[in-house]
Design a protein around this ligand. Structure first.
Ligand SMILES: Cc1cc2nc3c(=O)[nH]c(=O)nc-3n(C[C@H](O)[C@H](O)[C@H](O)COP(=O)(O)OP(=O)(O)OC[C@H]3O[C@@H](n4cnc5c(N)ncnc54)[C@H](O)[C@@H]3O)c2cc1C
Length: 416
């Protein structure tokens, strides 16, 4: 793998940038693999990378029906935080946050990680009490979290209006300083490059159309580029998780919904951190290009189209104007949608199934980006050893039969 460095950049600059090679190898599928990962998003590529790097399983193929990162990984608003309420969630999201911290160096790829802090605003006493409780729970789990009163919120993020005479006054906020944003494409490309260098095949424009089983065990996948034999299939297909599971007769309590986001025209630095508000129901951050990156809730109906409807955008915009009236004349530049797979308890499913060799990592809903490295790390471990590790264990599909849910609707909050 070509090493990237400042010296290399200068050298290439002087030579007209003619020496850069392909970031990952293009591959035609082989007849068989030890593991086939379906889905070339961040989670799938991270899974393949950790399978190769940690478990030494390099005979792996990642199959992507479009282009890598063309699903939710390339469509999300990249908010990263780990301040969830329950121990199980804190463990997996904080594991991810720790991995994010060194990921750019590990992958030798600039993922533009920015730990600029995430604010969750409270607009009434009830909300403030709930958020303070979450701060305490976070601290017990080693998650960095603090409570800011309104004056401290203003100091941290001057654009926020803390007057008392507005419809949704800001009473305070939680702050996770290590939270922030990064660059989604870079993460996907960084994982693809590192996985490919370790021997993983990445096959794009290839759809899995069926999964073959014999005597209750996986034997291979049918694809638009032919049949591939494998004893292990790892499905990491976000909005299509239940479609994959149906191919082997596994039923999941998952619903697929559109989730939209949009960006404004670029402006001077205005929003120094990530601002989220449950009550008003919108969140925003500012990209390095100066655009405000804005998101809110899912469209209520089920759909597999990667677009949503106007009323959500209208709601999103009125919420943003409520929160930051100063942006009311900004023009919006682009809008897009993804398909998110939501679980009843707003927590993911990382599980083996009744079909031997068929594993699922999905149900991350509106908030899986932040988990990408932790999810790939834990899932690779499950696929390699056929046993969930401590971090993944609470997220098996069995919890929907036992009732041992990880109910994170409060912390999952405004979709992100
Ligand atoms: C608008 C929006 C905003 C979001 N904002 C945030 C945020 O701020 N923070 C956060 O933490 N999360 C956020 N999310 C959620 C986050 O994007 C996802 O949870 C996460 O990216 C899922 O990653 P993934 O790799 O599992 O899925 P994806 O990136 O969707 O990858 C799955 C891949 O599987 C492929 N696939 C599907 N079916 C097949 C098949 N039959 N054969 C081959 N390939 C197949 C798809 O083409 C796709 O590329 C947001 C999502 C959206 C849509």
């Amino acid at each position: 793998m070509d090493r990237y460095s400042a010296i290399r950049l200068i050298r290439e600059g002087l030579n007209g940038h003619k020496g850069w090679g392909r970031i990952w190898r293009g591959a035609t599928p082989k007849a068989s693999y030890d593991v086939v990962v379906i889905g070339g998003g961040g989670h799938g590529l991270a899974t393949a990378y950790y399978l190769a790097k940690i478990h030494g399983i390099t005979n792996v193929c990642v199959i992507e029906k479009g282009w890598i990162g063309g699903g939710n990984s390339g469509r999300n608003t990249t908010i990263i935080r780990s301040n969830y309420l329950f121990d199980a969630s804190a463990a997996i999201y904080n594991h991810a946050l720790e991995l994010w911290k060194g990921l750019g160096r590990e992958l030798n790829f600039n993922i533009m990680m920015s730990h600029r802090g995430v604010l969750n605003l409270a607009h009434d006493e009830h909300e403030a009490r709930g958020l303070k409780r979450r701060v305490e729970a976070n601290r017990l789990n080693g998650v960095d979290a603090e409570w800011l009163d309104a004056k401290q919120v203003k100091e941290f993020c001057p654009v926020i209006n803390i007057s008392h005479d507005i419809r949704y006054p800001v009473l305070g906020a939680t702050l996770q300083r290590s939270g922030g944003v990064n660059r989604h494409d870079a993460v996907v490309w960084g994982y693809a490059r590192a996985a490919s260098a370790l021997g993983v095949d990445i096959v794009e424009q290839c759809e899995v159309t069926d999964i073959r089983t014999e005597a209750g065990a996986v034997t291979g996948v049918e694809t638009t580029k032919g049949f591939i034999r494998t004893p292990k299939v790892a499905s990491v297909t976000a909005g299509h998780t239940s479609v994959m599971a149906k191919m082997v007769g596994v039923k999941l309590p998952i619903e697929s919904h559109p989730l939209q986001a949009l960006v404004s025209e670029p402006i001077k630095p205005l929003v120094p951190c990530v601002i989220m508000s449950n009550a008003v129901h919108v969140y925003c951050s500012q990209s390095d290009k100066g655009e405000l990156v804005i998101g809110a809730g899912i469209d209520a109906y089920n759909s597999y189209t990667q677009r949503g409807s106007m009323d959500i955008i209208e709601h999103q915009m009125s919420s943003l104007c409520e929160l930051l009236p100063v942006v009311s004349r900004l023009r919006m530049m682009r809008q897009w949608g993804g398909i998110v797979d939501t679980c009843p308890d707003a927590s993911p499913i990382i599980t083996k199934t009744k079909v031997k060799g068929f594993y699922i990592n999905g149900g991350w809903g509106t908030g899986g980006w932040k988990a990408t490295p932790g999810s790939g790390h834990a899932f690779a471990d499950l696929v390699a050893r056929d046993e969930p590790n401590a971090i993944a264990a609470p997220f098996t599909v069995d919890r929907f039969y036992s009732g041992d849910l990880v109910a994170e609707h409060g912390a999952a909050a405004v979709a992100h």
